[in-house]
Design a binder for this molecule. Structure first.
Ligand code: GH3
Ligand code: MG
Ligand code: MG
Ligand code: MG
Length: 312
């Protein structure tokens, strides 16, 4: 006889596997015109450790959604301003790829409006009143899924680094933060040297492994505050907050040396690969794109100057 599955342990193991710290509570947005029922659900869910915000008027949805960024929206079906079905449709339309969970609760709805709410893109329907444990399980299950999927979508599949869209968003935020606090912020654009030759000589799978190794090196070699991402094919970006230009150059120089020292196995023996990098310091009132363009210019200088070097 096999032991029954310990679901609690399983859930914990899953969190460890995806590297998720449960310090950050799941966020739930409750939208219900019935103030008392909304408060009841809010109390149940906050006592279960979730972070809850309540809207009694769905027309405020678009003000709250971007800032609160919930993993789950819990919707009442019948509301005077807009039905839960309409709200669900709006949420799906504004971000079709977002795995945000939408759960509908209703006491009085007829079958066709329940069916419609599911067709509009909600994930589940529960009649009110819902058992508190069921509510917690439904919300937490959806929230975990949404968070895991969001994390997977923010990453690059080959290297596990933040992808282009994520890292640009993070750069935007960090630039604003450093400017507010009058701290320097530097950016490095990193481009693997003669990478086409690596693919041509050793094949794309070996090339992939080189990129994955560089991704690991950047992730492990970065300081705690630094953000590294895969900008495109064989191009990477490092965002170094609170770092003046000279210090940034040192950090990237250190990474360049460790990458150069890595041995890669090809079909006719070992080989090493290098990268070039351009570093730029953010200026006040500069846009993300302007800063990246200046780091790119520095990178171009490094390529022209003979590659395997870091230029400002
Ligand atoms: P340079 O030193 O001037 O940067 O030369 P390069 O050969 O690195 O530059 P180029 O832009 O000519 O070639 C980049 C190559 O990177 C071409 C492309 O096939 C390869 N590449 C981009 N993404 C991947 C990937 O995910 N895996 C592999 N194996 N190759 C990739
Ligand atoms: Mg209602
Ligand atoms: Mg390139
Ligand atoms: Mg290249």
């Amino acid at each position: 006889i096999t032991k029954p599955l310990d679901f609690h342990l399983l859930a914990e193991t899953l969190d460890v596997l995806i590297g998720q710290d449960d310090d950050e509570p799941y966020r739930v947005l409750i939208i219900d015109d019935d103030v008392d029922l909304a408060e009841l659900s809010a109390t149940i869910l906050s006592q279960a450790g979730l972070r809850v915000e309540v809207l009694n008027d769905p027309s405020e949805l678009l003000q709250v959604l971007p800032d609160f960024n919930p993993e789950v929206v819990l919707l009442d079906l019948l509301m005077p301003q807009a039905s839960g079905t309409e709200v669900a449709a709006v949420i799906r339309q504004r971000a079709p790829r977002d795995p945000i969970g939408i759960i509908i609760l209703s006491g009085t709805a007829n079958l066709s409006s329940r069916v419609e709410s599911l067709l509009a893109g909600s994930d589940a329907y529960f009649p009110k009143p819902i058992d508190p444990d069921m509510l917690i399980a439904a919300v937490r299950g959806r929230a975990r899924r949404a968070r895991v999927q969001r994390m997977a979508m923010a990453r690059d599949g080959l290297t596990g680094l933040n992808n282009h869209a994520t890292v640009k968003m993070q750069l935007d935020e960090l630039m604003a933060l450093c400017e507010r606090n009058q701290r320097p912020l530097s950016v490095a654009m990193i481009d693997v040297d003669h990478f086409k030759q690596v693919n041509d000589r050793y094949g794309h799978l070996v090339g992939d492994r080189v990129l994955a190794n560089l991704g690991r090196l950047l992730r492990n070699g970065r300081r705690r505050m630094d953000v590294v991402g895969r900008y495109g094919g064989e191009e990477f970006i490092a965002v170094l907050p609170d770092t003046p230009l000279a210090a940034a150059q040192q950090v990237v120089e250190r990474l360049r040396l460790s990458f150069q020292r890595q041995r890669n196995r090809g079909r006719d023996g070992e080989f090493s690969v290098t990268f070039s990098a351009g570093v730029a310091l953010a200026r006040a009132d500069e846009s993300v794109d302007q800063l990246i363009a200046r780091a790119d210019q520095a990178l171009y200088g490094a390529k022209r100057g003979g590659r395997n070097r870091v230029e400002l």
